[in-house]
Design a protein around this ligand. Sequence first.
Ligand SMILES: Nc1ncnc2c1ncn2[C@@H]1O[C@H](COP(=O)(O)OP(=O)(O)OP(=O)(O)O)[C@@H](O)[C@H]1O
Ligand SMILES: [Mg+2]
Length: 251
Amino acid sequence: MSPSSAPLLRVRGLARRFGRRTVFEQVSFDLARGEIVSLVGPSGCGKSTLLRAIAGLHGHAEGSVLLEQQLQRGPSDRIGVIFQEPRLLPWLSVADNIAFAAGPRQGHDPRVDTLLAEVGLSGVRDALPKQLSGGMAQRVALARGLFAEPDLLLLDEPFSAVDAITRSRLQRVLLALAHAHGTTILLVTHDLDEALHLSDRVLLLSPPGDDLPGRIAREIHVDAPRPRNLRDPAMDALRDTLLDGIASSPI
Ligand SMILES: Nc1ncnc2c1ncn2[C@@H]1O[C@H](COP(=O)(O)OP(=O)(O)OP(=O)(O)O)[C@@H](O)[C@H]1O
Ligand SMILES: [Mg+2]
């Protein structure tokens, strides 16, 4: 395979065990450069654990994670992570939070203003996190996640704590940012409509049963053009496929 056709991310045989309990095993999939892929599955099936394993956080998982054919052995600034809550440092300004990867007070970095404009927050560069709404704080977290210009951004239910209107706005911001920066996205979400709205592909992680570890049980391709119409009958069929997959899971 030539380097240009190789996937950006290649996950092979990934497994995570806590003591004698296996959360998931034999997880293998690729992400092409620029692809947006969602990971769905019932609560507790191991989505966050899988995301952390790909990010190289919290110890060693079995299997391999290759980024452009390079084996990852721990956290990398080429892989950014955004969590459900913004996790901003309360004593630093918005600008200093965004540029934190460059050092503690680097908010004057010119890339900060570009990112603030992209997430629609130019007016709050000197504000402290406590002065922001939840949706604004999550937009700052998005800007911080992109500051290091990662090839891959992993997002763990990033919009679940905001209202429906803000959520829809943040989804649009994420799509625009991914497009503008050429960032590949792996997004964990509970919301099948969010997955169908945003993704090129959706992976369904099945939960571990009594003797059965979690695995990628289903993969669907979402070929509909963007902007997507979730009322499109083709979307209903994809939603049904995902729901069937969840219903036939062992839990
Ligand atoms: N550090 C740990 N030690 C022991 N068990 C853990 C640890 N981290 C996660 N687990 C277990 O792994 C399983 C999967 O947890 P995880 O948080 O990945 O699920 P999830 O799919 O993200 O759930 P949710 O949708 O509720 O966020 C759970 O049973 C959890 O208790
Ligand atoms: Mg989780």
